[in-house]
Write a protein that binds this ligand. Structure first.
Ligand SMILES: [Cu+2]
Length: 639
C-alpha cells in the first residue's frame, strides 16, 4: 500500500461504451447501477454513517449449482463494512434487484483489508508524533513534510490481535527529486500505529544509517549512452500497423476462434475468467468454470527490526482491483487492443469509472507446427491487466491458444523495496547492492491461483498425478534404458496436497473419466508448472502459519461455494490456519465429484543492479494443456 492511494477504490468491470450483453452471465460483476442500488440500501439502513467505510463491494456469486442449472437469476452484492470507531467488521448481502438487505452479520476477531483512508490516517498520526520528530531530527531532517510515510500491513507477531486494535507499521523515505519516491529510505525507523485508538504506539529507531543522497536517485534514471555505432531510431509502437483480428466482445463475453469465455475485473482478486469453453465442432465443451488469483504473500528475508514484518498479502490485505492501471494502447498492449473499462466505487460505496482496465488482443503465437513444407502459424488471444500495489506492479496475462492450451504469466515489475546502508558497510547476504548506499533485500513473491476446471462438465472430475520413472534393470529391461509414465488418482484432499518434483517431471491432470472420442478415453487438462520456488521462511513461523497455502505447490479441494481465498477471507492481522489448510483438514473425497485445483507459484527474487531504479519485467507462470481432451492435433485446419 502506498501513501496517496486515493480513497478506497473498488473496481467492477463495466461494459464501458459497449452495448449491454444480450444474455448476461450470472458471474458478471456488479454494474455501476447495481453498485448504486447497493449503496442506497446500505445508506437507508444507516450502514454508511460517519466512521463507517465500505472495504469491499463485490458480486455475491450465486451458488455454482444454480448457475449450472440455469436457476441463478437473482443479482446480489456482498459488502464488507468497517466501523472504524469500534473496530468492528460487518458482512452484508444485498439483493440489488429488489433493493433489500438479505443478511447482515458482525464478524468478530478479524480485520478487513487496508485502504487509502488507513494510509492517510497513518501518515497524519506519524507526522504528528513527537518521538518520530526526534528521530528525524537525529538525522538532520527538520520538517516531517520532507518525509514520505508508507503504511505496511503488520501481520501478527503476538501483539497485533484484531481484538486489540487495527494496526499498521509505518516506514519513511526522504523526498526524492525524481520518479522513485522510495529511493531514499530512512533506514531503521519504524512506527507501530493503532488506527483504532489513533495512536502511534511505538517508534522504533535502530540507529543512524546515512540517507542515500538525491543525486544518486537522479543518476539512477540516466539511460545508457547511445550505441557507439549509430542505429536508426525505433518506430513508435503506436505507428506500427498490426493486421490481426480483434476478438468479439459483448459485455463480458469474449469469443475468439473456438474459445468462448468471460472476463471481469473484481475488487479483491483482480482479473477473473469464467465460463471458459472450447467449441470442437461437435459442441461447446466446458473447460473451466472460473479462474483467478486467490491470494499472494510477499515475505522479505531480512529478519531485522525494520523488515521482519514485511510480508504483504496483496490480495486479501490490499486488493488487486483498486490498483488496476489504465492501460496505454501501443505501450502496455498493442495499439489495436480492445480495452474494457472498469467501474470503481469509493469507500462510500459510490461507483466511478476507471478506464482501460482490461486489454484483449490477438497475438502472433509463432510456429504452431511444421513437417517438411507443410506448417501452420499459431495465433493466441491475450487477456491482460496490471495492478499496482505500492512499489510493485503486477501484470496478469492469460492467453488462449488454438491448440487448446491456456497459459498464464504473471509479470513482475515496478520498484523494489530498497534498504539504505552506510556506503562503507560491507554488503551482507540479506540484500544485494543496487545503487550507492542502497541495497535491495532478498524476498519471495507467492501467487496462489484458484483454478476451478470443469473438464467436460463439473463432475465427475478427478485429479491424476503423472510422473515418469526409470524401469528397474532386469529381465524386462535388460539394457537399462527403459522408463515409463505412471498415473495415479489422488483420491482425497490430504493425498492431493503435493510438492513439485523435477526429477519425475511431476504434473497434475484434472480428468473427466467418462470415456469419449475416437480413442474412447478420459478427457483431461494438465497443470504444467513452470519455474517455482519453495518457501524459505521456517515452518511454524508466523508468516508460514498465516500463508498456510505455501505448504504445498498443488492443492485440490472438493468444490465449495464459500472457499475462494487460499489464506481465508481475512488475512490482515490473522493468526493463521485459515484457507486451504483448514478446508483440506476435513480430507474430503476427490473422485466422482466437482473439484478445484489450487496452484502456489513462487518467485525467489534475488535483486540485481539491473532491477534498479525500475525492474525490467520478470515472468513466471504455468500452462493448462489438454491431454486427451482432443483425439488428435486440433490445429490441422488451414487458417
Ligand atoms: Cu521482487
Amino acid at each position: 500500500m502506498r501513501r496517496g492511494l486515493n480513497g478506497v477504490l473498488l473496481l467492477v468491470l463495466a461494459a464501458g461504451c459497449r452495448q449491454a450483453p444480450a444474455s448476461p452471465h450470472p458471474l458478471d460483476p456488479l454494474t455501476a447501477s447495481e453498485i448504486r442500488d447497493a449503496q442506497s440500501v446500505l445508506d437507508a439502513r444507516g450502514l454508511l454513517a460517519d466512521g463507517m467505510r465500505v472495504m469491499l463491494l463485490d458480486l455475491h456469486e450465486p451458488p455454482k449449482a444454480d448457475v449450472l442449472a440455469g436457476r441463478a437469476t437473482r443479482r446480489e452484492a456482498f459488502a464488507v463494512l468497517y466501523d472504524a470507531t469500534h473496530n468492528a467488521t460487518r458482512e452484508v448481502v444485498i439483493d440489488v434487484g429488489a433493493r433489500t438487505l438479505r443478511s447482515s452479520r458482525v464478524v468478530a476477531g478479524v480485520e478487513p483489508s487496508l485502504d487509502g483512508v488507513d494510509a492517510a490516517i497513518t501518515e497524519t498520526l506519524v507526522r504528528a508524533s513527537e518521538p518520530w520528530h526526534a528521530a528525524l531530527a537525529r538525522r538532520g531532517i527538520a520538517k516531517p513534510s520532507d518525509v514520505a510515510v508508507f503504511a505496511w500491513p503488520t501481520g501478527q507477531f503476538g501483539n497485533e490481535d484484531p481484538s486489540r486494535g487495527r494496526f499498521v507499521r509505518a516506514v519513511a523515505y526522504a523526498r526524492a527529486a525524481n520518479h522513485n519516491e522510495m529511493a531514499r529510505p530512512i533506514e531503521g525507523l519504524v512506527a507501530l500505529v493503532d488506527l483504532t485508538s489513533r495512536r502511534v504506539i511505538q517508534v522504533d529507531d535502530q540507529g543512524l544509517v546515512p540517507i542515500p543522497d538525491a543525486g544518486g536517485e537522479r543518476d539512477a534514471w540516466r539511460p545508457l549512452a547511445p550505441p557507439t555505432t549509430p542505429e536508426p531510431p525505433a518506430l513508435p509502437w503506436s505507428t506500427i500497423p498490426r493486421a490481426v483480428a480483434a476478438p468479439r466482445v459483448d459485455g463480458h463475453a469474449v469469443s475468439w476462434r473456438r474459445w468462448r469465455l468471460h472476463v471481469a475485473l473484481r475488487p479483491r482478486e483482480g482479473l477473473v475468467l469464467y465460463g471458459v469453453g472450447f467449441d470442437d465442432g461437435t459442441k461447446l465443451r466446458s473447460v473451466m468454470y472460473r479462474a483467478s488469483l486467490s491470494e499472494m504473500a510477499v515475505p522479505y528475508g531480512d529478519p531485522g527490526a525494520g523488515w521482519y514484518f514485511r510480508n504483504s498479502f496483496d490480495v486479501g490485505e490490499i486488493g488487486m482491483g483498486p490498483g488496476a492501471a489504465a492501460l496505454e494502447p501501443g505501450i502496455d498492449c498493442p495499439a489495436n487492443a480492445t480495452l474494457l473499462d472498469a467501474t470503481i466505487a469509493t469507500e462510500r460505496g459510490a461507483p466511478r469509472t476507471l478506464p482501460r482496465a482490461i486489454a484483449l488482443y490477438e497475438r502472433d503465437g509463432g510456429l504452431a507446427w511444421k513437417h517438411g513444407r507443410d506448417s501452420r502459424r499459431a495465433r493466441e488471444l491475450v487477456v491482460f491487466t496490471v495492478s499496482r500495489l505500492g512499489n510493485y506492479d503486477y501484470g496478469f496475462e492469460w492467453s488462449f491458444h488454438e491448440d487448446g492450451t491456456i497459459a498464464h504469466r504473471v509479470l513482475l515489475t515496478g520498484v523494489m523495496t530498497p534498504k539504505a546502508i552506510a556506503p562503507t558497510a560491507r554488503t551482507d547476504s540479506l540484500a544485494a547492492p543496487v545503487a550507492p548506499g542502497v541495497v535491495a533485500v532478498h524476498h519471495q513473491h507467492f501467487f496462489n491461483y484458484r483454478l476451478d476446471l470443469d473438464v467436460d462438465g463439473a463432475a465427475p472430475n478427478q485429479i491424476v498425478e503423472v510422473e515418469t520413472h526409470p524401469l528397474l534393470v532386469g529381465l524386462a529391461n535388460t539394457h537399462g534404458g527403459g522408463f515409463s509414465m505412471q498415473e495415479r488418482v489422488l483420491a482425497t484432499e490430504q493425498l492431493a496436497k503435493r510438492p513439485l518434483d523435477m526429477h519425475t517431471g511431476r504434473r497434475w491432470r484434472i480428468v473427466n473419466p467418462t470415456p469419449r472420442g475416437a480413442l474412447n478415453q478420459a478427457s483431461g487438462y494438465e497443470l504444467v508448472p513452470g519455474l517455482n520456488a519453495d518457501p524459505l521462511a521456517a515452518e511454524g513461523s508466523p508468516i508460514r502459519r498465516r500463508a498456510g497455502f505455501l505448504d504445498a505447490a498443488v492443492w485440490t479441494t472438493a468444490y465449495a461455494d464459500s472457499e475462494r481465498y487460499a489464506a481465508g477471507d481475512y488475512p490482515n492481522q490473522s493468526a493463521g490456519g485459515d484457507g486451504l489448510p483448514r478446508w483440506s483438514a476435513s480430507n474430503r473425497a476427490l473422485t466422482g465429484t466437482d473439484i478445484v485445483l489450487w496452484y502456489t507459484l513462487g518467485v525467489t527474487h534475488n535483486p540485481r543492479p539491473e532491477d534498479w531504479p525500475v525492474m525490467p519485467v520478470h515472468e513466471a507462470g504455468f500452462r493448462l494443456v489438454p491431454v486427451g481432451f482432443f483425439d488428435r492435433n486440433p490445429v490441422l485446419d488451414r487458417r
